[in-house]
Design a protein around this ligand. Structure first.
Ligand code: IMP
Ligand code: MG
Length: 179
């Protein structure tokens, strides 16, 4: 069982629900009258994205990008490659990037600059988790679900070596799993 690989639960299913509701409500107020497009960053954001979009009471589009910066480990390699680009132009759109976690900031810093270059009306960032202790480059996170300490977490979309994304909560892996 996956549960046996988890040292402790950091954010429970119920807590996640409340966080997503709060963010959806705030986004619904802030984007009234705007041309909102949610851009989820694959694959980590998918679980969060599908819940968050249903808490947003506005007409909106969705799109996805896939990038890679982690070579299967728990620390960033500092290099970002685009594996999947947007499927439509974002000119005149109000882009809200949806991410699972901002750690070093390298991935988001790259993605935000890339999107700004495509002439949207605005670009903002919504991240379920923020790990400020890991920051290498500055990133402004406009909507934060929860700030977490310097621990490697999995679940609710977040993976370790592509596993544990389907856990319904966010937990800390036992160190022996990745050491
Ligand atoms: P950054 O470029 O270091 O900010 O990393 C962003 C990406 O690294 C996220 O989208 C995650 O996929 C991954 N990541 C960073 N920290 C964690 C973690 O604690 N657990 C799982 N994935 C993480
Ligand atoms: Mg990942």
């Amino acid at each position: 069982m996956m549960n046996e690989h988890i040292e402790k639960i950091l954010i429970s299913t119920e807590e996640i629900k409340a966080i997503v509701k709060r963010l959806g409500k705030q986004i619904s107020e802030d984007y009234k009258g705007k041309k909102l497009i949610l851009v989820g960053i694959l694959k980590g954001s998918v679980v969060f994205m599908t819940d968050l979009m249903r808490e947003i009471d506005l007409m909106c589009d969705i799109d996805f990008m896939a990038v890679s910066s982690y070579g299967g480990g728990t620390k960033t390699t500092g290099r970002v490659n685009i594996l999947k680009d947007l499927s439509a132009p974002i000119e005149d759109c109000d882009v809200l990037v949806v991410e699972d976690i901002v750690d070093s900031g390298v991935t988001l810093n790259y993605i935000l600059k890339y999107l700004v270059n495509r002439n949207p009306r605005s670009v903002k960032l919504c991240s379920l988790l923020d790990k400020p202790s890991g920051r290498i480059v500055e990133v402004n996170v406009d909507y934060i679900g929860c700030t977490i300490p310097d621990e490697f977490v999995v679940g609710y979309g977040l993976d370790y070596a592509e596993k544990y994304r389907n856990l319904p909560y966010i937990g800390v892996l036992k160190p022996e799993i990745y050491s």
